[in-house]
Design a protein around this ligand. Structure first.
Ligand code: 13P
Length: 285
């Protein structure tokens, strides 16, 4: 049991019409909870390190931690570098054993995005490492931006087709109405846009970012429309780690190890809930 590439799991998900859940982690307890939940449900799982989290944990430690945890739980795990804008850092992640990387050049022009993404694909593919890129722009905490301005950043289906042909990416993050972080009002996903992109790119796994706070039914509709990877970060960080730790440490004289156990159990239970919604249970292996 080991770290595996994302490409294979994505093609299985396309055939089975489900999504592989991807969770951000930044501590060992957090990661163990993710592995525990995936093992309990026999689901494929993607563990994502953000650039900030990887800097805290260290590149080598991040990879070795994931290898160890995958082995202890007897599961295959995909280790993904999330939202990286730096070519050199991506190359180091590939060299050190990440099995999947995201180049996020979504704030650049179309041409610059293509140029940088294609360079990453050229490097990563030599090592069998999968590459995700973003076209359009999924923002964060954008409550001050009016909807029409936000929609201007949505992925244009015809551009998506051109971008995939121009770059050779393995997965495409699309901007279709989600944002990173908690929502102040109900998210409004553009399902026809997802379906149109999937129609033009039937074999390209589409990635939905900003999974925290998206209702289960919206996940199901997005998956029916062609989404094959769903990212969840804030929910696990806040409800899986922060709230539980705050409560645990509020008991005077509490043993930090009991807090670790609580964090692991809560993260695992959130992961299991998401796996049920995404339809990835019993799809491991
Ligand atoms: P949330 O923090 O909104 O769940 O988004 C996570 C994400 O998309 C990471 O790339």
């Amino acid at each position: 049991m080991a770290l595996v590439t994302m490409k294979y799991e994505m093609s299985k998900a396309e055939k089975g019409r489900y999504a592989v859940p991807a969770f951000n982690f930044f501590t060992l307890d957090n990661l163990i909870g993710i592995a525990q939940g995936a093992a309990n449900k026999k689901s494929p799982v993607i563990a994502m390190a953000s650039v900030g989290a990887m800097k805290i944990m260290g590149e080598h430690t991040t990879v070795r931690m994931c290898e160890g945890v995958a082995s202890d739980f007897g599961i295959d795990m995909i280790l993904h570098l999330d939202h990286c804008t730096d070519y050199d850092m991506i190359c180091r992640a590939v060299d050190n054993g990440f099995t999947s990387v995201m180049i996020d050049a979504s704030k650049l022009s179309y041409e610059e995005n293509v140029e940088l993404t294609a360079r990453v694909v050229e490097y990563a593919s030599k090592y069998g490492v999968s590459v995700e890129a973003e076209l359009g722009h999924v923002g964060g905490k954008e409550d001050d931006i009016v909807v029409s301005e936000r929609e201007a950043l949505f992925t244009v289906p015809e551009d998506a087709l051109r971008f995939v042909n121009d770059t050779g990416v393995d997965a495409l993050a699309v901007a279709v109405g989600t944002v990173h972080g908690f929502y102040k009002s109900e998210p409004k996903l553009d399902f026809p846009r997802i379906e149109k992109i999937h129609e033009l790119l039937p074999h390209m796994p589409l990635v939905l970012h900003g999974g925290t706070g998206v209702p289960d039914d919206d996940f199901r509709k997005a998956i029916a429309g062609g989404v094959r990877k769903i990212n969840i970060g804030t929910e696990l960080k806040v409800h899986g780690v922060f709230d539980v730790s705050k409560q645990g440490y509020a008991q005077p004289g509490d043993d930090p190890r009991s807090v670790s156990k609580l964090v692991i159990a809560k993260c695992a239970s959130i992961v299991e809930e998401k796996i049920d919604v995404m339809g990835s249970a019993n799809k491991a292996g």
